[in-house]
Design a protein around this ligand. Structure first.
Ligand SMILES: O=P(O)(O)OC[C@H]1O[C@H](OP(=O)(O)OP(=O)(O)O)[C@H](O)[C@@H]1O
Ligand SMILES: Nc1ncnc2[nH]cnc12
Length: 219
């Protein structure tokens, strides 16, 4: 699936609305997978449910424009046809970086989140400060063969290749409520794999955040 959304940049392969760290909140309530304004996310777990979430005031929040403009866009990297969204420039802008973290902390600090799961590598940048600020533990979702303990794995397709994601068994306990943090969605393959991976440990109810979709508890 390619996530489709209106783009200010005019490049449909990577919508500007997703130039913002996506976030998923997962609880242990079983239901079904669904996106607002987009086709269903790839998933084998028919008992899951996905809801797009964002700040109620996201359209008016001036921080979002600064965050979006702090992300450098590089055409044809790492290969022709890829419009690369470079968040390293966001990290150089201390205000934009802090605003990014603050937005998620404001949204989720009162939502009983126990676990922030960060997707390697860029979810390791945004995930830990959010976890610390909301009082949650941080769980890395890693590239293969990096974790020393017992792991569960999920293979997935990328815009430019395939990959595998692993996490430690026991890192997330049944009944815990988790957020998945990564920097962006391109094909959605990584996000889908992260949802499936967590779904192997707990029943999941998934809430998905993006800049341009209104906050909603269910769709
Ligand atoms: O929606 P998708 O098509 O799955 O692409 C998005 C993923 O791609 C990038 O990571 P990448 O796999 O390039 O790894 P990196 O963070 O280690 O650079 C990005 O940080 C997301 O995790
Ligand atoms: N277009 C893109 N920009 C940055 N990182 C990516 N990872 C996968 N697709 C990407």
């Amino acid at each position: 699936m390619r996530v489709v959304c209106c783009s200010n940049s005019g490049v449909s392969a990577f919508p500007s609305c997703l130039r913002f760290p996506p976030l998923i909140a997962i609880s242990t309530t079983p239901s079904s997978i669904r996106f607002l304004n987009s086709p269903p996310l790839r998933s084998t777990a028919s008992s899951q449910h996905v809801t797009i979430m964002a700040s109620k005031n996201s359209q008016q929040d001036t921080r979002l424009a600064r965050i979006a403009s702090a992300i450098r866009v590089i055409p044809d990297f790492p290969k022709p046809g890829i419009l690369f969204q470079d968040i390293t420039t966001l990290l150089l802008d201390t205000k934009a970086f802090k605003d990014t973290i603050d937005l998620f902390v404001e949204r989720y600090r009162d939502q009983n989140i126990n676990v922030v799961a960060g997707v390697e590598a860029r979810g390791f940048i945004f995930g830990p400060p959010i976890a610390l600020a909301i009082g949650a533990k941080f769980v890395p979702m890693r590239k293969p063969n990096k974790l020393p303990g017992e792991v569960i794995s999920e293979e997935y397709s990328l815009e430019y290749g395939t990959d595998k994601m692993e996490m430690h068994v026991g890192a997330v306990q049944p009944g815990e409520r988790a957020l998945i943090i990564d920097d962006l969605i391109a094909t959605g393959g990584t996000l889908g794999a992260a949802i499936k991976l967590l779904g192997k440990l707990v029943n999941t109810n998934v809430l998905w955040a993006s800049k341009e979709n209104p906050l909603s508890e269910s769709c």
